[in-house]
Ligand binder design. Structure first.
Ligand code: GDP
Ligand code: MG
Length: 738
């Protein structure tokens, strides 16, 4: 996640920074481009793996020259001819020499001219504060001949450094960072050994320390509590150029990581550095990518003469940088998750549920990557701020994932319900095609298991370990509930289909049996009743009893089939009861329709004619009559006609022979069960005497032929009978004539 440091387009290049970068210009303005310099020089990504060195000393003491030789930098130096001050403000450049510690940044601070006062002293103090707030090592550049000149300009500078140091770290009680004061003694002639020079300097420093006014509570503090010291001497650059170069080379070797050696104490009781100058305790712990913001904040405080409160600066920096890093990290999140959010939004706009493939994995890894990237960079900053900002970032990420995941489960829910209901219907259809041998309950159960498993997999796939909101048990429960509702709806439909099948079966059975009963009417010879006796044959008298009995037994059988099948797919008691009630009603209506068909004008007239002809044309023994003129054609005709005519009132009403009353239809159908729902009644025909509000009585329900139809039928039948009679008469005469 270092993407945001990548240089783009017309970004600055190394060449533009030949002389380093000016951190603070001569008007005390801070340069906001420091970050870009750190990016170009690859320091910005270094985290804590960088070092800051500042150089101090009077003007024109060869500071810039020293830095350039030591670190290969190209700070401006005074030309021998002009002798004007060159370094203005504070410059910074990255070390260009190898075999030193990584990422050494060197700050060349405008020197003070001992002869000038006022403005200069103000800047001196401000730059000292700035250097101390940021640097691990302060190089103090000093001529050999100045050593021991306690009143000299350098001592004034050191006094300032000590004072601002106390002021600076007063607030920072926990860390009290130390710094290294590295004295580089220039134009060392060699008469006085370095050890002696060092002793003199340490004595002077101790004197200065005791002379400065210390804040309350720090009266007893010692200089060693804040500073370590190191010393080096260099020969005259112009007089001994070769030696100067080789000594600078030796000096350079010390700019590596170091440690404190415990058995190497000098005569002042101080521990000496063991080689390298960079001790971890000197580091200001400002991550490189936050250095620019931090330095600017520090400088603003200094310039405005505010109390410099480093812990607060570090908190502010942490807030600023954590926000920046979070924004960067969210760009990556957007790239991965944004398109998915759009797809989902589009699908929901057009109302098509879309289950995004592999969403759980994408979400989880993206979340992990983002948080990890944030952690890598931001955790270097102020711990409490980092923790808070991390929670904030997780909140933002989770809010979006949460919305996305909920959408995903809604889609999975919708498509799951559709798939389930389609699969059940499909299996039922296949079952029906292959002869109806399918177990509805089993189909529902197996499809439900499959569908639930799929949903569960999706929901579990979305889970993020240790993240409470990513538990979707309640969505799963909701989905299961809906599947149960769909199952019960499908079962109702299956019940309907079953009811239709059973009703069809009832109809076809009734068509056969009832047709058979009515056909018997056509034969006037049936049974043992002779037309002459006036008694109706058995087949005619108990017509309705037989029809009722056939009806009842067909319905009973149908009920048996219905119950058996409904039980097999686990219909409830209520559902079965309602189904049977509907079946009985529909069966009755079917019977009534069948009867109406039988007594339709043409049909019934034909039957009466057949009945009559049988009685008229055949004798008691069932032998066809050959009419002769002497026969009592008229008498036989009259008896046969009257006998058939008695059928008409019999056919007009559905009555049982024993009671001479209609069958107890209301009892047969039974009272309406409590489980009947409005849609169960939708396709029901009202039945007289059963449905009270219908206004039709049972008597009316049982009326097969209305009075008008009856009379009409009598007239038509008589005409038909008359026709047969005339024909018989003619054939009798004709038979004689032949
Ligand atoms: P700065 O103002 O401290 O940065 O000093 P400069 O590096 O600009 O040098 C000021 C002058 O001192 C230049 O003319 C240098 O040539 C000269 N100079 C540089 N190094 C040495 C040295 O080691 N000894 C002496 N005597 N002069 C030096
Ligand atoms: Mg200079």
């Amino acid at each position: 996640m270092n993407g945001h440091f990548a240089t783009k387009g017309d970004a600055p290049t190394q060449a533009q920074y030949e002389h380093g970068v000016q951190v603070v210009d001569e008007d005390k303005e801070f340069n906001s481009k420091i970050t870009s310099y750190l990016q170009v020089t690859d320091v910005a990504e270094a985290g804590f793996n960088y070092h800051l060195i500042s150089v101090f000393g009077s003007q024109s003491t060869g500071k810039s020259t020293l830095l350039n030789h030591l670190f290969g930098t190209e700070f401006n130096v005074m030309s021998e001819a002009e002798r004007r001050q060159t370094t203005k403000g504070i410059w910074m450049s990255k070390n260009k020499r190898g075999s030193m510690a990584d990422n050494i940044l060197v700050m060349d601070v405008e020197g003070t001219d001992g002869r000038e006062r006022g403005e200069d002293q103000d800047f001196e103090r401000k730059s000292a504060l700035f250097a101390l707030a940021t640097s691990e090592v302060l190089i103090v550049n000093i001529w050999e001949h100045q050593v021991g000149l306690y009143q000299g300009a350098n001592m004034g500078l050191l006094k300032t450094v000590f004072e601002v140091n106390l002021q600076l770290f007063l607030k920072d009680k926990q860390s009290t960072p130390r710094s290294l004061l590295f004295f580089v003694i220039r134009d060392h002639i060699g008469h006085t050994p370095l050890a002696n020079l060092r002793n003199t300097l340490i004595q002077d420093l101790t004197k200065i320390w005791s002379s400065i006014s210390k804040p309350q509570g720090l009266d007893g503090s010692r200089i060693e509590d804040y500073f370590d010291f190191a010393f080096a001497a260099l020969p005259h650059k112009i007089l001994q150029p070769d030696k100067f170069v080789s000594e600078v080379g030796n000096l350079g070797k010390r700019f590596v990581s170091g440690s404190r050696s415990s058995n190497n104490k000098n005569e002042h009781g101080q521990q000496e550095l063991d080689g390298g100058v960079f001790l971890p305790e000197y580091h200001r712990r400002i991550p490189a990518d936050g250095f620019s913001v931090y330095a600017q904040g520090v400088w603003d405080q200094i310039v405005n003469n505010k109390d410099l409160d480093l812990p607060t600066q570090q908190e502010l920096l942490a807030q600023f940088r954590c926000d920046e890093i979070a924004r960067e990290v969210l760009v990556g999140f957007d790239e991965a998750i944004g398109p998915l959010e759009e797809k989902q939004a589009e699908a929901s706009r057009v109302g098509k549920p879309l289950v995004l493939a592999d969403l759980g994995n994408t979400g989880r890894t993206t979340r992990e990557k983002c948080v990890k990237a944030f952690e890598t960079q931001a955790s270097r900053y102020h711990k409490a701020v980092y923790a808070r900002k991390r929670t904030e970032l997780e909140g933002k990420i989770d809010q979006r994932l949460k919305t996305l995941y909920h959408g995903q489960l809604i889609a999975a829910h919708k498509s799951g319900v559709t798939t389930f209901s389609d699969a059940v219907s499909g299996a039922v259809k296949t079952g029906q095609k292959s002869g109806g041998a399918y177990e509805f309950a089993e189909i529902v159960e197996s499809e439900k298991t499959k569908t639930l498993e799929r949903f569960k997999k999706e929901a579990q796939g979305l889970a993020i370990p240790g993240v409470a909101w990513s538990n979707f048990k309640s969505q799963y429960a909701l989905f299961e509930k809906e599947l149960d509702e769909v199952s019960s709806r499908l079962r109702k439909e299956e019940m309907r289909r079953l009811a239709i099948r059973v009703e069809r079966w009832v109809k076809s059975r009734l068509a056969d049996s009832i047709g058979l009963e009515f056909n018997k009417l056509g034969s006037g010879r049936g049974g043992n009743g002779a037309p002459e006796t006036g008694e109706k044959p058995e087949t005619e008298k108990d017509l309705w009893d037989r029809i009722w009995n056939v009806f009842v037994s067909v319905v009973k059988e149908a009920e048996g089939r219905f119950v058996e099948r409904a039980k097999s797919f686990e219909a409830s008691e209520d559902e079965v009861e309602v189904g049977l009630w509907r079946l009985r009603r529909k069966s009755w209506v079917a019977l009534r329709e069948r009867i109406d068909e039988e007594v339709m004008e043409g049909n019934i007239l034909l039957k009466l004619r057949e009945n009559f002809e049988d009685k008229f044309r055949y004798d008691e023994a069932g032998v066809p009559r050959i009419w002769r003129p002497a026969d009592d054609i008229e008498g036989i005709y009259t008896r046969a006609r009257e006998s058939t005519l008695t059928l008409i009132p019999l056919l007009s009403r559905f009555r049982l022979a024993a009671t001479y009353a209609p069958p107890d239809l209301p009892d047969f159908i039974g009272t309406q069960p409590s489980g009947v729902e409005p849609e169960d009644e939708d396709d029901l025909t009202p039945i007289g005497g059963v449905d009270e509000e219908d206004g039709k009585s049972l008597e009316e329900e049982m009326t097969v032929l209305s009075e008008g139809k009856r009379q009409d039928l009598v007239v038509r039948f008589k005409k038909t009978a008359d026709g047969v009679y005339v024909e018989a008469k003619r054939s009798a005469i004709g038979g004689v004539a032949q």
